[in-house]
Design a protein around this ligand. Structure first.
Ligand SMILES: Nc1ncnc2c1ncn2[C@@H]1O[C@H](COP(=O)(O)OP(=O)(O)OP(=O)(O)O)[C@@H](O)[C@H]1O
Ligand SMILES: [Mg+2]
Length: 159
């Protein structure tokens, strides 16, 4: 597990931007943490790195999924907080995204954990303070482990 702290919203966005540089089509990032911990802000940073206007990235709390067109790859942004049943998840056609060829980020993915691919990167955000957040990052499967290692290398040499 990789643990880091963010001292500001800008820093959380910057972590997302750095992470985006490692992501490839087919990758999935599972974001969890309390309300207002900074999950959507992290997605804005990921979007920014993929060539998407961060202002266009908003929580798809009611729509369940937002799709954005990045410079090279599409970004699929899920928020499962208000999803009630597994049937709802099936109705949005989750499998085509979770197991497809875009980059997928899922807020509150742990609520439907057994639908997630085994190969993924989990990020848990905890509020320590008004502006301080702890990010705990764990890669699952071969690809997830690779992403975790690459991110560790990237963050230790640039920050
Ligand atoms: N270090 C920080 N990192 C991220 N957000 C921060 C930080 N410090 C303060 N904030 C504030 O916390 C809020 C995070 O909001 P955001 O919508 O990203 O949370 P969320 O985890 O997506 O919430 P939800 O569960 O409602 O979707 C923003 O208002 C942001 O300005
Ligand atoms: Mg959110």
């Amino acid at each position: 597990m990789l643990t880091l702290t963010s001292a500001s919203p800008e820093e959380t966005m910057e972590i997302g931007r750095k992470l985006s540089g490692l992501l490839l089509p087919g990758d999935l990032v599972n974001l969890n943490g309390t309300l207002g911990a900074g999950k959507t802000l992290l997605v804005k940073g990921i979007g920014k790195g993929l060539g998407i206007d961060p202002g266009a990235v908003t929580s798809p709390t009611f729509s369940i999924i937002n799709e954005y067109e990045g410079t090279e790859f599409p970004l699929y942004h899920f928020d499962l907080y208000r999803l009630e049943t597994e049937l709802d998840l099936e109705q949005v056609g989750y499998a085509e995204y979770f197991f497809g060829t875009g980059i997928t980020v899922v807020e509150w993915g742990d609520l439907f954990r057994h639908f997630l691919p085994e190969e993924r990167l989990d990020v848990n955000l905890d509020s320590l303070d008004q502006e301080e957040r702890q990010l705990s990052i764990t890669g699952h499967g071969r690809r997830g482990g690779q992403l975790e290692d690459q991110l560790r290398g990237l963050l230790s040499c640039t920050s």
